[in-house]
Structure formats: C-alpha cells, structure tokens
Design a protein around this ligand. Structure first.
Ligand code: CA
Length: 227
C-alpha cells in the first residue's frame, strides 16, 4: 500500500507515518510539505490513499483537491482544523472521501484509512437498490426520488443505503460507524452527525421533505418509509 501525505507540519507527518507503519509494516509512504509538490507526487508516486492538509504554504488544500480530481479518483482524506465545519463540507463536496479534524487520535486516523482501503476493494459495478420511490446507484452514488436526482458522497451513500435497507427500524450509531470505518472510535458520532445533516439536506432537495431521517436520541437514526 502506498500512502501520500501532503502536510507542511513535520510533526504531523511523522506521527501519521509512525501510526501507518505500526499498523501496516510494509506501507510505502511519501510526503510533501507543499501543494504543488504533492500534486506532482499524486502522478509520479501513484498512491493508493492521499492524506491532504487543507492549510498549505503555497496553494491551499482545496486547490490541490480540485486539481487532483481532474485526473485521479484516488481516495483522499482531508485534514481540517477544529471548528472549521464549513471546510469539511466544502471538501466533501469537492469529492474528498473522508476527513479528520486535528488534533486526532491515532486510532481514528487508522480507522479511516482502513475503511478507504476496504472500499477500494469493492468492485465497481452498477448495482442499484430500489425501495419506495428511492433508487440508489451504489457505485456512482446517485440517488433518485422518482425522477429527481442528487449526487451523494461515498460516505453519504453508504449511510443512506444502511438506513433505507433497515427502513422503519433504529439504525444505531455504532452500526453506521462499522459500515463506514469498520470500527468505532472516539468522535465517530460527531462525524456521523455531519454526514447525516448533509444527507438530510440532499434528500430534502429531491423529495421536498426533511423528515425521512429521524434522529433517535442517543441511539441513532430511523429512516421513515411508508410502504
Ligand atoms: Ca498546515
């Protein structure tokens, strides 16, 4: 496995590298402290996963993200600073696959990497799941309600699929965390809330209703579907 870390803080690069090596002794790691250099490495090093800091000294992380997406669909985890929720949303909308908020726990970082490696191994196909008036294309992340369409991020798509498959029953936070990351970790509930908030907005966009996903306090969510 090849991991590219684009981050100007050397301490963070070192701690990320250390965590990766402890979990995957054979991992091949490359790093760049500048955005331009990082962009070149995406091409020349052809990583399996990119960890991308949003605050870089030359060009910002969003610009790196935008340019990478012009030629590569490599899984990208963005590193954001605490309190910058807008940055996270913007990053996910620009097709980052996942995010982590600094400072983060080693376990949390590894869980995210693990989940992206796992997802990468799912074969791309055109599997469609239909229920009620919803239709979701699992590998394209397209969600339809009748003829109205919205594009989800991979994480939103996984959550939607999990919820609608189990419609009208409670889906717990921990089962969602396992679906996304293969594991639970401190802070996973917060992350799930961010995803669900966006997912709700997207569902409302195509259905005109905001009450499909109901929060069950301290437990998780229920997808309400009349069949
Ligand atoms: Ca930085």
């Amino acid at each position: 496995m090849r991991v590219l870390i684009i981050e100007d803080d050397e301490n963070i690069v070192e701690s990320l590298s250390l965590s990766l090596r402890m979990r995957w002794p054979d991992v091949d790691i490359s790093s760049a402290g500048m955005g331009e250099e990082g962009l070149q490495l995406v091409e020349t090093f052809s990583p399996d996963i990119v960890v991308l800091d949003l605050g870089l000294p030359d060009i910002n992380g969003f610009e790196v993200l935008r340019q990478v997406r012009m030629f590569s669909d490599v899984p990208i985890i963005i590193l954001s600073v605490l309190g910058d929720e807008d940055d996270i949303v913007r990053g996910l909308e620009m097709d980052a696959d996942d995010y982590i908020v600094k400072p983060f726990k080693k376990m949390e970082f590894l869980a995210r990497v693990k989940s992206l490696v796992r997802r990468k191994n799912i074969p791309v196909d055109l599997t469609v799941y239909e229920r009620g008036n919803f239709r979701v294309f699992l590998s394209l992340h397209h969600l339809y309600y009748n003829e109205n369409k919205v594009t989800l991020t991979k994480s939103e798509c996984l959550i939607f699929y999990k919820l609608i498959q189990n419609a009208n029953t409670v889906v717990t936070y921990s089962s969602i965390a396992r679906e996304l990351w293969g594991d639970e970790y401190p802070g996973s509930i917060e992350a799930i809330r961010v995803y669900v908030q966006r997912l709700r907005r997207k569902i409302e966009e195509i259905t005109g209703h905001s009450d499909f996903i109901e929060t069950k306090s301290n437990m998780g969510y229920t997808f309400n579907l009349q069949e």
